[in-house]
Design a protein around this ligand. Structure first.
Ligand SMILES: Cc1cc2nc3c(=O)[nH]c(=O)nc-3n(C[C@H](O)[C@H](O)[C@H](O)COP(=O)(O)O)c2cc1C
Length: 658
């Protein structure tokens, strides 16, 4: 009886505690929620600063085990199979997804006992003994203004340095280049990789390079079919009787050198990354604009503490921020799913995670993958939903491919929530549903400070995104994370993204021409601070543009101070301060003779900002300036002149398409 009473008291207390704690949680201040985010990160990603106790609580696998799991998930234990390496270079995760698809199809086509497929992030290229490999398939995206993803840069430089022409004569290869036709250098990284592989193997690719515009799956599948067809018809592989060296190499290079078992720390040249970010404390956050009316721009200057990180940056680099989704948007999605959020799901490495955490920290809940519609087609039952889905996915119109304009148009104006709400008859399996979402990717911000001024601090300039779509409020994930959900004192996960294609000239006497409207001015603030500190004597010319002089002129006072010190020639275009709109390209044309004279003195030209319109308009302005100012110069010659400037790293662009 006493035992029964005790049990009852215990149960009542437990229920009370659970209820009370939940109640408190919903009222906890943001600081507390931030702490939860930090704890979550410590448990779920391999922080170089972490300790053994802070890791592996939720993720029971060590970083080494996780890496092994990824590399060998399509491998057989049969020691005399043929071996293929499927490698990927990714910035935002899509190439990894594609590489997994390639690995899966190879494995299915030939059977796991006949072919052992190893999946490798190019970040880990050093664990491979390249002379023992016979076949590599590379899926690699292009980022920045036609450059390799950060994690693939060392692979490219390393192979180039290590192997002479034709040295890897036993290696067959094929490249799938991923990109976006909207950018001037379509699929350039894949092309560069293919050139390099041609050189060091002394042979041609065994399959024509695939070029993928955005997420055009039919093109990807066609390329995979060509690879499979070629492997069916040509015996490119021999059986390796001695087993796979790769596992031992991986254990040796990653296992023994690691600090606190963190993979990132074994590659000192890479340092912090998506998997191993640094938690940087916010030291300052201030509004750079007047933000009173819905039409006003909201731009923030954010300073972060890098002391103790060892991160060393130079102007031109970017800081990557790992955001989390907005709780309101997550809640909206949970309601559409009819879920509480507490449902337990499996992470990609099979560790358990709640649906709410998965949607908050791991997944992109804005951009809809076309495959999600395919999945909804399987679980919808209302005639209306089925008809609309069939229409969107119509094979005649191009199915999931890029050619399907109806589907692309539909997805361009919808988020994951909208699609679920629209096809409400679909009864989704939560695990399958999350598997049809993209991973949440880091966001990159040009660094707007100079480490010569203060090496412990870094600043970024962030335009906050808020808008309405289909009658609902929408937000930019990372920009509102920085604006609304973290404050001075909070710590946010970041890592450095080097950008060797956007660098100041080595000689301080060389003039620089900078064109950066809006937040495109960020790297130029860094350039100016750096050049002033270095005592550079070359002329600094900046073209800045915004809507209104008195509302969104970023860093106006600082820029004016540079002008007053005689260090800067500043030209500004306020597009909406007069009846006729004026943009940076217009004021550049007014300065044609001056700009030409600077080019003749060897000036370097930099453009930063919107790549959809501004970068093209500015390029066109340069063509006009050159063809008018250079004696007897045709348009074609002006185009060639600008191309030559670009080849000689005197015309560098850091642009983005939204
Ligand atoms: C900031 C940025 C810059 C990009 N630059 C290029 C480029 O210069 N050329 C290109 O073909 N695609 C470019 N892309 C498109 C990506 O290559 C494309 O979205 C690709 O699918 C991303 O693959 P990933 O997720 O594996 O990095 C760029 C994308 C972003 C976000």
């Amino acid at each position: 009886m006493t035992l029964l009473v005790l049990l009852l008291v215990f149960l009542v207390t437990a229920v009370y505690l659970v209820f009370f704690c939940n109640l408190c949680d919903s009222k906890k201040p943001d600081k507390f929620k931030e702490k939860r985010f930090e704890n979550f990160l410590l448990k779920n990603i391999d922080l170089s600063v972490g300790t053994a106790e802070t890791q592996g609580k939720k993720n029971t696998l060590s970083p080494l085990e996780r890496l092994k799991q990824e590399v060998f998930q399509y491998s057989s234990s049969n020691i005399s199979t043929k071996r293929v390496l499927v490698a990927y270079g990714t910035e935002y995760g899509f190439s990894r997804e594609v590489a997994k698809k390639i690995a899966e199809q190879l494995s299915q086509h030939f059977g796991k006992d006949h072919i052992s497929v190893r999946l490798l992030n190019l970040l880990h290229w050093e664990i491979v003994d390249w002379k023992r490999e016979e076949l590599i398939l590379v899926a690699c995206s292009t980022t920045g203004d036609g450059v390799l993803p950060n994690e693939a840069k060392d692979f490219y430089d390393g192979l180039k340095e290590k192997f002479k022409e034709g040295e890897l004569q036993n290696l067959n290869f094929a490249v799938l280049a991923l990109g976006d036709r909207g950018y001037p250098h379509f699929c350039r990284a894949g092309k560069l990789l293919e050139e390099l592989l041609k050189k060091i193997t002394g042979r041609e690719a065994f399959v024509v390079r695939g070029e993928v515009d955005q997420e055009d799956w039919p093109v990807i599948e066609e390329w995979i079919d060509s690879v499979l067809g070629c492997l069916d018809n040509h015996d490119l592989l021999t059986c390796m009787e001695n087993g796979d060296y790769l596992e031992a190499s991986l254990e040796m290079k990653v296992g023994t050198n690691s600090v606190n078992g963190c993979i990132g720390s074994t590659f000192p040249n890479v340092g912090y990354s998506k998997e191993t970010p640094f938690l940087a404390k916010i030291l300052e956050k201030r509004l750079l604009t007047k933000y009173e009316f819905p039409d006003d721009k909201e731009v923030l200057h954010i300073e972060l503490d890098l002391s103790s990180s060892g991160i060393q940056y130079i102007p031109g680099d970017a800081l990557a921020v790992l955001p989390k989704n907005c709780p309101r948007q997550v809640q909206r999605l949970l309601v559409a799913l009819g879920a509480t959020g507490e449902e337990e799901l499996s992470n990609s490495d099979n560790s358990p995670i709640s649906l709410k955490d998965m949607l908050t920290y791991n997944l992109d809940i804005k951009n809809v993958k076309p495959e999600l519609l395919m999945y909804l087609r399987q679980c919808a039952y209302s005639d209306n939903d089925l008809k609309l889905l069939d229409d969107l996915l119509d094979v005649e119109k191009g199915g999931l491919s890029k050619k399907n304009g109806v589907l692309r148009g539909y997805l361009a104006s919808r988020e994951v929530y909208d699609v679920l709400a629209e096809f409400s008859s679909a009864s989704v399996d939560l695990q399958k549903f999350v598997e049809h979402l993209r991973p949440l990717s880091p966001r990159y911000y040009s660094i707007s400070s100079s480490s010569l001024v203060n090496s412990n601090r870094v600043s970024i300039t962030v335009a906050v995104v808020r808008y309405e779509l289909l009658g609902l409020d929408r937000v930019g994930v990372a920009t509102t994370y920085l604006a609304d959900r973290v404050d001075v004192g909070s710590k946010i996960p970041v890592f450095l993204s080097k950008n060797d294609n956007f660098r100041l000239p080595s000689a301080g006497s060389t003039p620089v021409i900078m064109i950066g409207p809006g937040t495109g001015v960020a790297p130029f603030r860094a350039f100016l601070l750096e050049r002033e500190r270095m005592g550079s004597t070359g002329r600094n010319v900046l073209f800045f543009g915004c809507r209104h002089k008195d509302r969104d002129f970023l860093y106006a006072e600082e820029l004016q101070a540079f002008v007053d010190r005689g260090f800067l020639d500043l030209f500004v275009a306020f597009s909406r301060d007069q009846a006729k709109k004026i943009y940076v390209q217009d004021i550049m044309l007014e300065q044609s003779a001056f700009l030409w004279s600077l080019l003749e003195q060897g000036a370097h030209v930099y453009v930063c900002g919107d790549g959809t319109k501004m970068a093209n308009d500015v390029h066109e302005a340069w063509i006009r300036i050159v063809s008018c100012q250079k004696p007897d110069c045709s348009r074609e010659e002006a185009l060639e002149f600008m191309d030559a400037l670009e080849r000689n790293s005197r015309y560098q662009r850091d642009v983005w398409i939204t």
